[in-house]
Design a protein around this ligand. Structure first.
Ligand SMILES: O=C(O)C1=C[C@@H](OP(=O)(O)O)[C@@H](O)[C@H](O)C1
Ligand SMILES: C=C(OP(=O)(O)O)C(=O)O
Length: 429
């Protein structure tokens, strides 16, 4: 893998872009379209590597999927027509594909083996395996199913009432998908409210489920109906350019069609708390997934404290928020974010180690980090750890470093944002 050297010292960013489609919604559009009988058409799909892993897995199970850039057509005869894959299902780098598929396959008629890259091999799977086993799911895997490779043998499932020990939309979604194939009504209690795309999209696909704050009930035996899905732009990708616009000089960036589901908008709350010049316009909340236009300008930033129930609403944005905090006056504290340790890499250690190399005043804590700013940063050679979000944080840092930044594995960014460097280049013309 070739290194990439970038130097955006004193560069201002100007212009309007539409960042790619939402990764969480893109995954679910393929899964639910493959479950539904009929033709599901998806527009605005994210052709990132993670979502392509999801497509590949369903193709191996005989679902007809045609993907042309951001358009996808899924033709399925329903779950009962899925075929047993003739080879292992390769999850690549995608935690969402792995965990949601484990839930979905648990109550199917399919035998399958799931494996992924070296990062997936380290990510904890017991968080989904345990509740699914309570439902009578049959798994065998490394360390009793804690790690991939994991084999699943679909079996009849029973509904459960489950109090989630972690705040995780992937765990919640795996149980919901298994519950659709279970006998009886499954009830899930969340510790904190997490992204609710599964709930919203299942309803779109005709499923009846009941959500009362952090309690979700779903009756087994329901079938999905094919629909049209229009995927909004990913606020987690937009976050990199929101921060870029706020920290670079004389900048003004407009991002169109951004998903504004309130379980995802913690980054907007944080930018506002930190005094960023952010405006939200053209909000359209007539569909289940609200969208709007975000405009950010160079900002005089101040520190803040981030913790508690906002964490699941911005979990993937913490690396780029840490960079933002290096440019804010005062000490920013990020707490209650232990989940960062089990992402594509340990994101607490990765963020702290890489920003330190640039001269940031940052330290790791047990459940997050403390950052004091503003600090003038200097260029260095940085690692991505194969983690797309660390890679993009490193690249955006070059807007506030004197001297160039070299990134070891820029290709990993294609997991969620294949056109990231093109968009950065476009805004810096
Ligand atoms: O459900 C999803 O689509 C996701 C849920 C989150 O993970 P957890 O459920 O592990 O918090 C998030 O970090 C990930 O990028 C996508
Ligand atoms: C954690 C992430 O994704 P996943 O869990 O699907 O690998 C992410 O995109 O930041």
């Amino acid at each position: 893998m070739a290194n990439k050297t970038i130097n955006f010292e004193n560069q201002s960013l100007k212009g309007t872009i539409k960042v790619p489609g939402d990764k969480s919604i893109s995954h679910r559009s393929i899964m639910f379209g493959s479950m539904a009988e009929g033709t599901t058409n998806v527009t605005g799909f994210l052709p990132g590597e993670d979502c392509l892993s999801t497509i590949a897995a369903f193709k191996q199970m005989g679902v007809k999927i045609e993907q042309n850039g951001t358009n996808v057509k899924i033709e399925s005869r329903g779950m009962d027509a899925w075929e047993e894959p003739k080879d292992i299902l390769y999850m690549g780098n995608s935690g969402t594909t792995t965990r949601l598929l484990l839930g979905l396959l648990a109550g199917s008629h399919i035998h399958a083996v799931l494996t992924g890259d070296e990062s997936i091999a380290k990510r904890p799977m017991k968080r989904v395996i345990n509740p699914l086993r309570e439902m009578n799911a049959q798994f065998s895997g490394r360390e009793d199913g804690q790690f991939t490779p994991i084999a699943v043998k679909g079996s009849p499932l029973n509904a459960i009432e489950y109090v989630m020990p972690v705040a995780s939309a992937q765990v919640k979604s795996a149980i919901l998908l298994a519950a659709l194939n279970a006998n009886g009504t499954t009830v899930i209690h969340e510790v904190e409210k997490t992204r609710d795309h599964t709930e919203k999209m299942l309803k779109q696909f005709g499923v009846d489920l009941n959500v009362e704050d952090k309690k979700i009930s779903i009756q087994g035996g329901q079938k999905l109906k094919a629909v049209k899905v229009d995927v909004p732009s990913d606020i987690s990708s937009a976050a990199f350019f929101l921060v870029a616009g706020a920290i670079s000089p004389n900048s003004e960036i407009t991002l169109k069609n951004v998903g504004l589901n309130e379980t995802r908008t913690g980054i907007i709350d944080v930018l506002q708390q930190m005094n960023a010049q952010l405006t939200i316009s053209e909000v359209d909340d007539s569909n289940p997934e609200a969208i709007g236009t975000l405009t950010i300008k160079t900002s005089d930033l101040k520190a803040t404290v981030i913790g508690g129930d906002i964490i699941p609403r911005l979990i993937d944005e913490i690396p780029i928020i840490a960079l933002l905090a290096t440019q804010a006056e005062g000490t920013t504290i990020i707490k209650d974010a232990e989940e960062l340790k089990v992402k594509e890499t340990n994101r607490i250690d990765a963020v702290v180690d890489e920003l330190k190399k640039l001269g940031a005043n940052i330290e790791a804590t047990d459940d997050g980090m403390k950052i004091t700013g503003p600090t003038k940063l200097s260029g260095a050679s940085l690692r991505t750890y194969g983690d797309h979000r660390i890679g993009m944080m490193n690249a955006i840092a070059s807007l506030v470093t004197s001297g160039a930044i070299t990134i070891d594995d820029p290709d990993c960014i294609a997991v969620s944002y294949p056109t990231f460097f093109e968009d950065l280049q476009k805004l810096s013309q």
